[in-house]
Design a protein around this ligand. Structure first.
Ligand SMILES: Cc1ncc(COP(=O)(O)O)c(C=O)c1O
Length: 390
């Protein structure tokens, strides 16, 4: 029986059908169970920063696991502290909390905003403002901040006090943020929503409104963080400083981790307010530290910038591509014919993996180690599929 058939028999039915069973990876390449090779422009959804099978996080994980793999947060462990020090230095934020996924990082950030709101403004200061098109995760609080009735309706009632406003709409932002706002949660570039870039002017206005109303400005950098957009964090490209950011995906190259980084807040968490058994476990933290070191040593942020520009400008010249948007190696290709699902299937048949992020757009989020030959191969494949299509 195939992996797919076995999976269909025993796995829950929450995911749409999966087209491939992947069995091996190396750098930007993956292989399926029939031995076919693919150029991977999905990277486990913007996770596999260093490419598949990079030795650094694996070795660090194994070494630390052999010494001390897990302790819980009843005790200190050095790798988590070192990771917090490193992330605070990179982001110029002062405090870290570790968990296991992007949704959990956003849950923690929402709770941080409400703890802050309650402390400075009392129980009515609990509102969380996010954007139309936002994706913050599938847990109940993160889901309440996420956009899209289909994802939410079956699971109501969700936590209250959340509202979404149109992105890049300054008037809506001014209308939404007020004395009862505890936090504003924004992806600087929306990932799942279609690689929608939020204007710097909108982010700056969110900053000043949060200052005026003593609300926390939180950037969800779960997808944009760790070099993907050509900077360590997307907020560094915008020049707007948030009070907190959330991270996950690229932070440990596939090992499960999430993080919240925040400025020092006297109104923040108190002992007992929040926690998780696994967050910051020594072995995972060691893997994350090794990932950050490789990103820096191999100049992957510069590579994301350079290869992102090459990919974007090459794709813009392909007939049938209406537009390319995004930054660094977080790009969406808007197709003139609007047939994203069909083009995704066509690319897969030619050995290139992408994902359709809307009916009309493909998302390209490859490992940050992608090289010029691989970028050119991807452009040629899009060209060939669109030509065959048209
Ligand atoms: C911006 C953003 N936030 C949060 C999440 C949720 O992360 P996770 O799937 O690790 O819970 C995602 C996942 O795609 C994301 O892209």
């Amino acid at each position: 029986m195939s992996i797919a058939d076995r999976g269909d028999a025993v796995m829950m039915t929450n995911y749409p059908p999966r087209p491939l069973a992947l069995v091996r990876g190396e750098g930007c390449w993956v292989w399926d169970d029939a031995g076919n090779r693919y150029l991977d422009l999905v990277a486990g959804i913007a996770v596999v920063t260093l490419g598949h099978g990079h030795p650094a996080p694996i070795a660090a994980l194994a070494e630390q696991a052999a010494v001390l793999g897990h302790v819980s947060n009843l005790y200190w462990s050095e790798p988590a502290v070192a990771l917090a020090e490193r992330l605070c230095a990179l982001s110029d934020l002062q405090r870290a909390f570790f968990c296991n996924s992007g949704a959990e990082a956003n849950e923690a950030a929402i709770k941080l905003a409400r703890r802050h709101g309650g402390t400075v403004g009392g129980p009515t200061k609990h509102g969380i403002v996010s954007l139309e098109g936002a994706f913050h995760g599938r847990t109940m609080g993160a889901l309440a901040a996420t956009w899209g009735e289909a994802k939410k309706a079956p699971f109501e009632p969700l936590p209250t006090g959340f509202r979404q406003i149109p992105r890049n709409d300054l008037a809506a932002l001014r209308d939404a943020i007020g004395p009862d706002t505890a936090g504003v949660l924004i992806e600087p570039i929306q990932g799942e929503g279609g690689v929608n870039v939020i204007d710097d002017a909108f982010l700056a206005e969110a900053r000043s409104l949060c200052d005026a109303h003593d609300a926390l400005l939180i950037f969800d950098e779960v997808q944009t963080g760790i070099g993907r957009t050509g900077a360590w964090f997307a907020f560094q490209r915008s020049g707007v400083r948030p009070d907190a950011i959330t991270l996950a995906k690229g932070l440990a190259c596939g090992l499960p981790i999430g993080a919240v980084l925040a400025r020092d807040l006297s109104s923040g968490f108190r002992p007992g307010d929040h926690g998780t058994t696994y967050g910051g476990s020594p072995a995972i933290a060691a893997g994350a530290l090794a990932t950050l070191k490789a990103v820096e040593d191999d100049d992957l942020i510069g590579n994301a910038q350079r290869m992102g520009e090459r990919l974007a400008s090459g794709l813009r010249a392909v007939p049938g591509v209406a537009a390319v948007r995004g930054a660094g190696l977080m790009l969406a290709v808007e197709l003139s014919a609007g047939n994203a699902a069909a083009v995704m299937v066509g690319l897969r048949a030619r050995g290139v993996l992408v994902n359709a992020v809307s009916d009309t757009a493909l998302r390209l989020i490859p490992p940050l180690v992608i090289d010029a030959d691989q970028v050119d191969l991807a452009i040629a494949a899009v060209h060939a599929v669109l030509q065959a299509d048209g």
